[in-house]
Ligand binder design. Structure first.
Ligand SMILES: Cc1cc2nc3c(=O)[nH]c(=O)nc-3n(C[C@H](O)[C@H](O)[C@H](O)COP(=O)(O)OP(=O)(O)OC[C@H]3O[C@@H](n4cnc5c(N)ncnc54)[C@H](O)[C@@H]3O)c2cc1C
Length: 354
C-alpha cells in the first residue's frame, strides 16, 4: 500500500476514535455529578493541569509506570498549541529530526514522517494526529477516570499537606485536593490562577514570569496557486516589523499543495494588516476579505493560551525532589518554545513523580 493511502486510512481510523473519545470527554464535564461518584481527594494521583503536548506526554510517562493521574484541561479539546483542520496545521507544524523524544514517540505511534528539509519533518495528516494517537494510548477504557475537559484551574491554595485546587467547570466550581501537582499551562495563564504566583514553589518561575515577552501569531493557510514570489519550501523573512515563516508542504491527501504563513510579533496586528503586508511582499493574489475561520487562526484569540510564544528571561531549573512540577515549552532549558522543549520538560517532571 502506498504511504498516501496508508496515511489516509490511519487518519480516518484515528479520527473516528478521537471523535468518539473527545465527544465522550467533553460531555463528561456536564454529566459527572450524575453518573459518577466524583471524589475530590486525589492524594493518590498526580494531578496534571493543562492538556497540551507537555501535559499529555507526562500522562503517557505516568501511565507507562502505572502511576495514577488525572488531567484537567480548560478547553474542549486536547493539544493546546497543536491544532489542525483537514491536515492543515494552525499551530505547530514541524518536528526536528534531532528531537530524540519526539522521534521515539513517532516510531512508537507508527507515524509516517514527511521530510521538510535537512532538519525537520511533518505529518501529512497534520500535527494533531500525533496528539490524537497519543491520547488514544493514554485514554484507557474509561476516559472519565483520567481526563476532565472544560475544567479551568482558577485558584490554588497551599495546605498543611498538599494543595487545594478550584476549577471552573461548566456551570459550577469544583474543588479537589492533591499532594502531587504538575502545572502544564503556558505562563500567559499563570497570573489568571488566583494564589499561584504566591506559592513559594513558584518563586523562581515568578521572577521569570515578570520578564515574560509574548509573541502572537496569525497563521494563514493559502492555496499555493495564489502565491508568487518566495518559492523556497521553508523560508523566514521580515516584512516591516513582523517576521514570517513560510512553509510549503507537499500534501499527500490535500491537493493543491498548501502554503502556511505565520507572523509573530509583540503587537496584536489585525488580520487585514497582516494580509495587506504579505500581499505586497509575496504577491499574494487571493480574494481575501474576511477569510472563513478555517483559513486562518489568530493565537492571541485562543482563550486559554493568548499568544503563540512566551519568552522568559532565563531557564527554569526544576527541583527534582518537589511534588510540584512546572512543565511546558516555555520553561525548557533545552529547546524553549518548541514541542521538543515541552516533551523534555514533561520527561523531567515524570522523573520527579516516579
Ligand atoms: C503558530 C505556531 C506555530 C508553531 N510552530 C511550531 C513548530 O513548527 N515546531 C515546534 O516544535 N513548535 C512550534 N510551535 C510551538 C509549539 O506549539 C509549542 O511549543 C507546544 O505546543 C507547547 O505545548 P505545551 O503543552 O507546553 O503548551 P500548550 O500547547 O499551550 O498547552 C497548554 C494547555 O493548557 C490549557 N490551559 C491553560 N490554562 C488552563 C487552566 N487554567 N486550567 C486548565 N487548563 C489550562 C490550554 O487550554 C492548553 O491546552 C508553534 C506554536 C504556534 C502557536
Amino acid at each position: 500500500m502506498n504511504d498516501t493511502r496508508k496515511n489516509r486510512r490511519t487518519f480516518l481510523k484515528y479520527s473516528a476514535v478521537m471523535t468518539a473519545a473527545t465527544g465522550l470527554l467533553s460531555s463528561c464535564a456536564s454529566v459527572d455529578d450524575y453518573l459518577f461518584d466524583d471524589k475530590n481527594d486525589l492524594d493518590d494521583e498526580v494531578v496534571i493541569v493543562g492538556g497540551g503536548i507537555a501535559g499529555l506526554y507526562l500522562a503517557k510517562q505516568l501511565r507507562a509506570k502505572q502511576l495514577e493521574f488525572r488531567l484537567y484541561e480548560a478547553s474542549n479539546y486536547l493539544g493546546g498549541r497543536i491544532k489542525s483542520f483537514s491536515g492543515r496545521d494552525y499551530g505547530a507544524s514541524l518536528l526536528s529530526k534531532s528531537d530524540a523524544l519526539a522521534n521515539l514517540m513517532v516510531d512508537e505511534l507508527k507515524m509516517t514522517r514527511i521530510p521538510m528539509d535537512k532538519e525537520s519533518f511533518y505529518f501529512g495528516e497534520g500535527m494533531q494526529t500525533l496528539v490524537d494517537l497519543l491520547v488514544e494510548r493514554i485514554i484507557g477504557l474509561i476516559p472519565y477516570r483520567n481526563f476532565r475537559m472544560r475544567y479551568q484551574l482558577i485558584e490554588i491554595q497551599k495546605q498543611t499537606s498538599g494543595y487545594e485546587l478550584t476549577f471552573q467547570a461548566g456551570q459550577g466550581q469544583k474543588r479537589v485536593r492533591c499532594q502531587r501537582l504538575a502545572l502544564a499551562v503556558p505562563p500567559s495563564q499563570w497570573g489568571r490562577i488566583k494564589g499561584l504566583l504566591d506559592l513559594p514553589e513558584m518563586e523562581i518561575a515568578k521572577n521569570l514570569h515578570n520578564s515574560m515577552q509574548t509573541e502572537s501569531a496569525i497563521k494563514l493557510i493559502l492555496p499555493m496557486s495564489s502565491i508568487q514570489g518566495v518559492s523556497k519550501s521553508l523560508a523566514e523573512f521580515n516584512i516591516g516589523n513582523f517576521s514570517v515563516r513560510q512553509i510549503l508542504k507537499k500534501h499527500p491527501t490535500a491537493l493543491p499543495a498548501e502554503l502556511d504563513v505565520f507572523y509573530k510579533s509583540n503587537i496584536n496586528f489585525s488580520i487585514d494588516y497582516v494580509y495587506s503586508e504579505l500581499k505586497k511582499k509575496l504577491q499574494v493574489n487571493y480574494p481575501f476579505q474576511k477569510l472563513p475561520s478555517d483559513q486562518y487562526f489568530g493565537w492571541s484569540q485562543a482563550p486559554y493560551v493568548q499568544g503563540a510564544y512566551f519568552k522568559l528571561s532565563g531557564a527554569y531549573m526544576a527541583d527534582k525532589t518537589s511534588p510540584f512540577q512546572i512543565l511546558g515549552d516555555s520553561v525548557s532549558a533545552v529547546a524553549p518554545n518548541r514541542i521538543e522543549g515541552a516533551l523534555q520538560s514533561a520527561k523531567l517532571a515524570a522523573e520527579a513523580f516516579v
